[in-house]
Design a protein around this ligand. Structure first.
Ligand SMILES: Nc1ncnc2c1ncn2[C@@H]1O[C@H](COP(=O)(O)OP(=O)(O)OP(=O)(O)O)[C@@H](O)[C@H]1O
Length: 126
């Protein structure tokens, strides 16, 4: 929440602190984020191994970022849903299913990107 005594700069610094705390909470408490980070690290190692180009690095990091952002937003929606309605409800199930579709889309597109980057390089090995 905005503190009315904060100057513009102080307000921005406070927001950045909360945002960094949010990233830390996601990384340390959410298994889904940990799993996606693991795949991101694997893709980065593969990138070094296959010496991918600058453009391929950029596309790969965009894909990793897209998955992490979608997963983080999905987690936030799940938390809000659990907070406003902790008991079973068909609509909560529907909302959570739709929210889970976001990281699934991102992961699916990332797999296609990985295919474009790595399948030709793997083919060269054989
Ligand atoms: N309160 C609820 N009411 C109805 N259905 C629910 C409810 N909570 C969860 N579900 C169903 O269970 C699925 C999984 O929900 P859950 O909150 O466990 O997410 P998850 O994908 O397992 O998340 P994570 O692994 O990140 O904790 C939802 O997509 C929904 O179909």
């Amino acid at each position: 929440m905005k503190n009315p005594n904060d100057s513009f700069l102080r307000g921005r610094i406070r927001s950045v602190k909360f945002a960094i705390r949010g990233m830390w909470l996601l990384i340390t408490t959410e298994d889904s984020i940990k799993a996606q980070l693991f795949f991101g690290v694997v893709a980065t190692i593969l990138g070094f191994y296959f010496e991918i180009s600058n453009i391929e690095w950029m596309v790969q990091f965009l894909a990793i970022g897209m998955v992490l952002v979608a997963e983080a937003l999905n987690t936030a929606i799940e938390k809000v849903a659990d907070f406003i309605h902790p008991d079973y409800h068909k609509k909560i199930g529907f909302i959570k299913d739709i929210a889970a579709g976001a990281p699934s889309f991102a992961a699916f597109i990332s797999l296609i990107i990985a295919g474009f980057i790595y399948i030709p390089k793997i083919n060269l090995l054989f």
